[in-house]
Design a protein around this ligand. Structure first.
Ligand code: ZN
Length: 186
């Protein structure tokens, strides 16, 4: 397993719709394992395949959102689908592909999830609050949507300078790498 670099805002991979996964191959399992390690290393609540440069309908969500006593690092969801069943609630959101950018984003406070797990098993459930928010955020990635698309024009304008800087950086081919973020310890 390895920690993968993160594709950031300004890279067109984040804006493309993702392909469904027809067959869970060894390559998919290896990708999910690498994504799990990547999410843990960057301390993310979730990670979608386009964030590591793969336009596939695959997301990972931190297991602690799904269980009070998680046994694994990540819940793997293949071809996930959501039905929004709750009321609108607004809370702060960030994204590994938009480092140091945060905004308050409206979401549904409840969702019904249907997906497949890594062994092809059906994964279904109802989720609320932060888990519902994380699922909506990650599934948006599969359709090329980012949380900054869901804020008001005024908020977006406030973020404009940082977004443009990140966009320029991504256009040079820059990827977010863990080793650039780990402090030197001498
Ligand atoms: Zn994200």
């Amino acid at each position: 397993m390895s920690v993968l670099p993160i594709v950031c805002y300004g890279n067109k991979t984040l804006r493309e719709a993702c392909e469904p996964i027809d067959e869970i191959t060894d390559e998919i399992r290896a990708l999910a394992a690498d994504m799990s390690e990547t999410m843990a290393a960057f301390e993310g609540l979730g990670l979608a395949a386009p964030q590591v440069g793969k336009n596939l309908r695959l997301v990972l969500v931190n297991a602690r959102l799904f269980s009070e006593n998680p046994t694994g690092a990540a819940v793997v969801l293949i071809n996930p689908e959501l039905t929004l069943t709750g009321k609108r609630f607004v809370d702060r959101e960030g994204c590994l592909s938009l480092p140091e950018i945060f905004a308050r984003v409206p979401r549904s406070d409840a969702v019904t999830l249907r997906a497949r797990g890594l062994d092809g098993e059906a994964v279904e459930g109802e989720f609320h609050g932060l888990a519902a928010r994380a699922l909506q955020h990650e599934l948006d990635h599969l359709d090329g949507v980012l949380f900054i698309d869901r804020v008001s024009k005024a908020v977006r304008a406030l973020l404009g300078k940082r977004l443009r800087a990140l966009e320029e950086l991504s256009k040079t081919g820059w990827l977010r790498k863990l080793e650039d973020e780990v402090e030197e310890t001498g």
